[in-house]
Design a protein around this ligand. Structure first.
Ligand SMILES: Cc1cc2nc3c(=O)[nH]c(=O)nc-3n(C[C@H](O)[C@H](O)[C@H](O)COP(=O)(O)O)c2cc1C
Ligand code: SF4
Length: 457
């Protein structure tokens, strides 16, 4: 069996005690959990089995009733690690509140391991190496909202070996009878939108993995009309540790406003990629390889922002710092573009992919994204017309905030940032030149665009 990180490695560069006075469970678990990495086991490429997991952390610390974990999650300041950094305690409270009002259905909890962003590998890595931490988090979240059904959804194509490892982990838990709620393993199709929460719920309900309009939010009426909690798998792993070691321990890493650590997928210009876990607030220069790093960095993946590397190196990995550059940590993707690649051509190729992935359900995706992608193709070629840049900027403004989901907004942010970051390259193209010296594409883009509704199933 192979790890999902065939081209990546995971490491632990921040081995420092986080809070020597933090209270935790007795035994090895307390010692291990004071250090980073918190989530990924060290020095191994094989999944941690239940025995090793329990030896490290103890069993899941059930509270015995719904709602009791919510206060700790609020005090910890845990936010979602799936991209939007939404406060987890507010979602837990919303589901509890909806369940109180809905007399017919108990809540459902969904662990989102769809990892639909092609540049990200952190969720597959976490699921592969520490499946029981995610499954503990799923059980504890289910207890916290009083759910009687839990689903773990993984990316269909990356799910092969991860899926086998997860089935084994679930069988181990079954044998040890440590789960309170039965867990179903499901697959999300390999589409960019499949991980969006309404798309995921749609798919789990038997429909295509396409977003639906809100309201109602899935917390109110989701799978089978039940109040549904959708959390990213990394978020659930953090929640499992907060339940064990408490909010103070969690806050020993990160910043006051954005506590804790996060998994990052780092893709360096030399093609090497790795998964690492770092405290929020980590200087980007530490992740990018120094202050004098050159070129351009994509922060936050394909809904993220291109930033000149010199400027990025002065920022830190948290929303507060990145906001000034029009960026956010997203799901922790950082990509340094090699000097041999053309940023405009790479952006045009990703924009085309994003336009094709939308399924064109709403105006901005039906009309706007294909036009933007077409205009970028022109900008990526020789001697584009001057007004094409203005067209892209205008269309990017028009699609923002107008869709059923944030896909057009994220795509517009990505494209606009490229126009700024690659303004020099644009000047070269206008003169019929290009700085690229390699014909090899750098940014990962799946080869098979969606064509029929079957592709979203
Ligand atoms: C286009 C799009 C794709 C998304 N893909 C994912 C994904 O693959 N995995 C994920 O956890 N969240 C994804 N999200 C975010 C989810 O909608 C949702 O906010 C998240 O799963 C909630 O979990 P969290 O609060 O723990 O982050 C996506 C959002 C959008 C707009
Ligand atoms: S905004 Fe775009 S991606 Fe989102 S639901 Fe509408 S058509 Fe689909």
């Amino acid at each position: 069996m192979t790890s999902p990180m065939t081209s990546a490695a995971h490491d632990e560069p921040w081995e420092e005690p986080l809070d020597p006075t933090a209270r935790g469970v007795p035994g090895d678990g307390r010692r291990a959990a004071r250090w980073l990495p918190r989530l990924l086991p060290r020095g191994t490429d094989v999944p941690e089995d239940l025995r090793a997991h329990v030896a490290r952390y103890g069993g899941p610390p059930y509270r015995g009733a719904a709602q009791l974990l919510v206060g700790d999650v609020r005090a910890a300041g845990l936010t979602g690690r799936g991209g939007a950094a939404f406060p987890v305690h507010r979602k837990l409270a919303a589901v509890l509140d909806a369940a109180r009002r809905s007399r017919y259905s108990r809540p459902v909890v969904v662990a989102n391991g769809a990892e639909s962003e092609p540049a990200s590998e952190k969720d597959a890595t976490l699921l592969w190496l520490a499946p029981h931490l995610v499954l503990d988090g799923l059980q504890l979240a289910a207890e916290a909202v009083g759910a009687d059904q839990a689903i773990l959804c993984v990316h269909a194509h990356r799910g092969g070996d991860v899926g086998i490892a997860l089935r084994r982990a679930l069988a181990e838990r079954d044998g040890a009878q440590i789960d309170k709620v039965p867990v179903e393993l499901a697959e999300a199709p390999p589409r960019f939108l499949a991980g969006q929460e309404t798309a995921l719920v749609n798919r789990l309900g038997g429909g295509p993995a396409l977003p639906t309009f809100v309201p109602p939010r899935v917390t109110e009426r989701g799978l089978g009309n039940a109040p549904t909690l959708v959390q990213n798998v990394e978020t659930l792993a953090h929640l499992a540790l907060i339940a064990r070691y408490g909010p103070r321990w969690f806050r020993a890493a990160g910043t006051e406003l954005e506590p804790g650590s996060m998994l990052c997928t780092l893709r360096r210009a030399d093609g090497v990629s790795r998964i690492t876990e770092v405290p929020l607030g980590t200087p980007l220069c530490d992740l990018l390889g120094g202050r004098d790093v050159e070129g351009t960095v994509l922060v936050g993946g394909y809904h993220g922002t291109w930033i000149p590397a010199g400027k990025a190196a002065a920022l830190t990995l948290d929303s507060q710092s990145l906001r000034g550059a029009g960026a956010s940590p997203g799901a922790g993707i950082l990509i340094t573009l090699p000097p041999t690649a053309c940023g405009l051509a790479e952006t045009a190729r990703v924009a085309r992919y994003l336009a094709l992935e939308s399924a064109g359900q709403c105006g901005p995706c039906l009309n706007g994204l294909p036009r933007i992608a077409g205009a970028l193709d022109e900008l990526a070629g020789p001697r584009p017309r001057r007004r094409t840049v203005e067209d892209v900027q205008r269309w990017a403004g028009l699609v923002t905030g107008r869709g059923a989901c944030h896909h057009p907004d994220g795509t517009a942010r990505f494209v606009r940032s490229a126009l700024i970051a690659f303004a020099g390259e644009l000047g070269l193209h206008e003169r019929g030149r290009c700085s690229a010296t390699s014909r090899k594409w750098f940014l990962p883009v799946p080869a098979d665009p969606a064509r029929t509704e079957e592709d979203w199933m």
